[in-house]
Write a protein that binds this ligand. Structure first.
Ligand code: UDP
Ligand code: MG
Length: 324
């Protein structure tokens, strides 16, 4: 199959028929395709609409969550179920235009990109959303080293290997390009896409999206850097702080016995030294425990293998999805 189009939706009953119609018009002739509609626990009639659409067009498939788990969860399950060579995600609210699909497909197949991310250069959102979004994109750019203008765009295209190699949860859908880059998929680019006004319904995210977004960025940053070697962070930091405290203690003891007579507790430095030694030990122990945990973790050897030669293909884990 050429194309899987994964669409997370939460209370979008009005948009769905129009959206699916439009996608069908664009892709029907030139591609073998599937549209995977993931109903993220909608409370309206969305699922009935999905059933109806799927009945009319067998290329349309659907999954329904029992409750609302969030956009990342919806995308993740859509990815697991998809079987196209190119996977395209888009929002269900008609803000992304299906007319972009052929060009995105071409960029993955002909230009050999691993991931193409949409860039809503001309946005039709209120200013209260555009400004935080600018700040957010800038920080993410700096922290990830990935030169994209619009991380949060719902319209993105992926080579199949990319989405079969990564797992997203929480609010991490904003960082799929970052996660993909850290997983070793280097050919990532962006394409300016049209953005349209929301035609039906209301936005599902408030301003708290940015706070949650930052926390997730920090956690994926830490997990990718130190997740498999926590001792390198905590052990080093702990030892360093402990040594400072120890040096202070040695100095104070020396000063007391050889330089001047005083009571240890009179000197503020004494408390600093004590505190540093205690905190240093704590950090070191935290690192050691984390190391023990990661040693027994089932994921400790989940490498991403790109290719093999002369060896049998073993479908063992998600991480070992191999291009052949
Ligand atoms: N969405 C979802 N689960 C949620 C929230 C949103 O599947 O918990 C879907 C929503 O239906 C839409 C897409 O994610 O298809 C983007 O949401 P929205 O348009 O509200 O975000 P915005 O365009 O305001 O960034
Ligand atoms: Mg939207």
């Amino acid at each position: 199959m050429d194309l899987s189009i994964v669409i997370p939706l939460y209370n979008e009953e009005e948009s769905l028929p129009e959206l699916c119609d439009w996608i069908k018009r664009v892709v029907e002739k030139d591609y073998s395709y599937e549209i995977i509609l993931v109903d993220d626990g909608s409370g309206d009639r969305s699922w009935e609409v999905v059933e109806q659409l799927s009945y009319e067009n067998p290329h349309i498939k659907g999954i329904k969550f029992r409750r609302n788990y969030g956009k990342s969860a919806a995308l993740n399950i859509g990815f697991n179920e998809s079987s196209g060579k190119v996977v395209i995600t888009m929002d269900a609210d008609l803000q992304d235009s299906p007319d972009e699909i052929p060009e995105l497909y071409r960029m993955i197949i002909e230009d050999q990109y691993d991931l193409v991310s949409g860039w809503k250069k001309q946005r039709h959102d209120p200013i209260t959303k555009r400004i935080p979004s600018k700040i957010f994109n800038r920080t993410t750019r700096i922290m990830s080293g990935l030169k994209l203008h619009d991380f949060n765009c719902g319209l993105k295209a992926y080579r199949k290997e990319v989405i079969k190699s990564i797992e997203i949860y929480g609010e991490m859908h904003r960082y799929i390009p970052v996660i993909a880059k850290w997983a070793g998929f280097g050919k990532i680019t962006e394409k300016v896409v049209q953005h349209r006004k929301r035609k039906y319904g209301v936005t599902k995210f408030g301003l708290d999206r940015f706070i949650k977004g930052y926390l997730d960025l920090i956690s994926i940053h830490f997990i990718s850097k130190f997740g498999k070697r926590p001792m390198h962070l905590f052990g080093a930091l702990g030892s360093f702080i402990f040594l400072i405290g120890f040096a202070i203690a040695v100095y104070l003891a020396y000063a007391k016995f050889f330089l001047e007579e005083y009571r240890m507790t009179e000197r503020p430095l004494f408390y600093f030294g004590l505190l540093a030694m205690i905190i240093g030990t704590q950090l070191f122990l935290a690192g050691f425990l984390a190391e023990l945990i990661s040693r027994t973790s089932a994921e400790r050897n989940n490498y991403l293998i790109q290719k093999k030669i002369g060896l049998k293909k073993r479908e063992k884990s998600k991480a070992e999805h191999v291009e052949q």
